[in-house]
Design a protein around this ligand. Structure first.
Ligand code: GSY
Length: 158
């Protein structure tokens, strides 16, 4: 069994429905188990800012699929839910990005894991820390919490 973290985003209505549908399609795959879901965050667009606000979240999955096969299935979901790559950084019905896959640190033509920009994006790092602040980013040798400046705390602050 492998553990992967996937970021999801949508900024075309109905955003919530696209997130739910994407997760349902992931759950349908016999080699994918969705173990945990973060909260859903409304976020201002970064990069290409002339577009609607996003809903972002992240999920933790267990999978027997290899990274390339997991990517292929995620891209299939984007197609299925009507993602049209009109403007590269533009609006999208649904976006699924593989953030982490075990402790892999790999780069191929199709796929770079960990996601190269994840540490620069609060809309990715906050949902990831929701799931597991101890998730380790091998390319940075830091946990998700450390990237966010969260100090490990034994007790939950009351
Ligand atoms: N807040 C926010 N801004 C974004 N800019 C791009 S591109 N994207 C697409 C994901 O790379 C997003 C996003 O998901 N959320």
């Amino acid at each position: 069994m492998n553990i992967a973290y996937i970021a999801l985003g949508s900024n075309i209505s109905p955003r919530e429905a696209f997130l739910k549908d994407a997760i349902s399609l992931l759950v349908e795959h016999e080699d994918i188990t969705v173990r945990k879901k973060s909260a859903v965050y409304e976020t201002a667009p970064v990069g290409y800012t002339e577009q609607n606000d996003f809903l972002n979240m992240a999920i933790q999955v267990e999978t027997d699929l290899s990274p390339p096969l997991l990517l292929e299935y995620c891209q299939g979901i984007e197609q299925e839910l009507g993602r049209k790559r009109v403007i590269k950084w533009g609006p999208r019905t649904i976006d699924l990005d593989i953030l982490l896959y075990n402790q892999d640190d790999m780069k191929t033509e199709q796929l770079t894991i960990p996601h190269p920009h994840m540490h620069e994006r609060a809309f990715v790092m906050v949902p990831l820390a929701d799931l597991n602040a101890q998730a380790f980013l091998p390319h940075l040798q830091q946990t998700a919490g450390e990237v966010l400046g969260l100090l490990p705390s034994e007790e939950v602050r009351s």
